[in-house]
Design a protein. Structure first.
Lengths: 113, 110
């Protein structure tokens, strides 16, 4: 099976712009979670989507939003970018395991100038 | 709020040495996972432990889940340069979220 894919891998934006990141989960996985990873804060949970519905949400401002399509692909959007949004954004998909095992993509490195 | 504390944060050792990484919490987790992440890549799942007191081995890596399911450890025997990376523990919370520790950066020098 192909793994989780994320596009683009690298992105440079300026403050105030918006950005959309894309994630394709492992075939058959219906749950997609998004995380922000920074050196200072580690891995922070953003949100989880399951069958096109947001199932869980972390403690991020409303500028961070997401959605999931009927084919389980997911997008994450960040509006009005701030310097502090510079991070590695990771997407993870989950199958039917009852142990919450997640499989991560390679991430999108976002740099905000 | 459920938190996972990992220690040490950084570890730099010589090839062939043994090491242990700890993951502690005051909360009970239904399962706990260990991941390894290399620079520029996403975390890769190494193991899941579910039962209190459970021990799992993956070649030179030994994972243990505490009896009360509040803590876990990762022991590496005879570390090799290929073991270098960021090790993350993650627990399944009572809300269904995965709670990550801050990570342990391991450097194994040849």
């Amino acid at each position: 099976k192909a793994g989780v894919t994320q596009t683009p891998r690298y992105l440079i934006k300026t403050r105030g712009q918006q950005v959309t990141l894309s994630c394709s989960p492992i075939s058959g996985h219906r749950s997609v979670s998004w995380y922000q990873q920074t050196p200072g804060q580690g891995l922070q949970f953003l949100f989880e989507y399951f069958s096109e519905t947001q199932r869980n949400k972390g403690n991020f401002p409303g500028r961070f939003s997401g959605r999931q399509f009927s084919n389980s692909r997911s997008e994450m959007n960040v509006s009005t970018l701030e310097l502090g949004d510079s991070a590695l954004y990771l997407c993870a998909s989950k199958g039917g395991s009852s142990y919450n095992e997640q499989f991560f993509g390679p991430g999108t490195r976002l740099t905000v100038l | 709020t459920q938190l996972l504390e990992q220690s040490p944060q950084f570890l730099s050792i010589q090839e062939g040495e043994n090491l242990t990484v700890y993951c502690n919490s005051s909360s009970v987790f239904s399962s706990l996972q260990w991941y390894r992440q290399e620079p520029g890549e996403g975390p890769v799942l190494l193991v899941t432990v579910v039962t209190g007191g459970e021990v799992k081995k993956l070649k030179r890596l030994t994972f243990q889940f505490g009896d009360a399911r509040k803590d876990s450890s990762l022991h590496i025997t005879a570390a090799q340069p290929g073991d270098t990376g960021l090790y993350l523990c993650a627990g399944s919370s009572n809300t269904g979220k995965l709670i990550f520790g801050q990570g342990t950066t391991l450097q194994v020098k040849p």
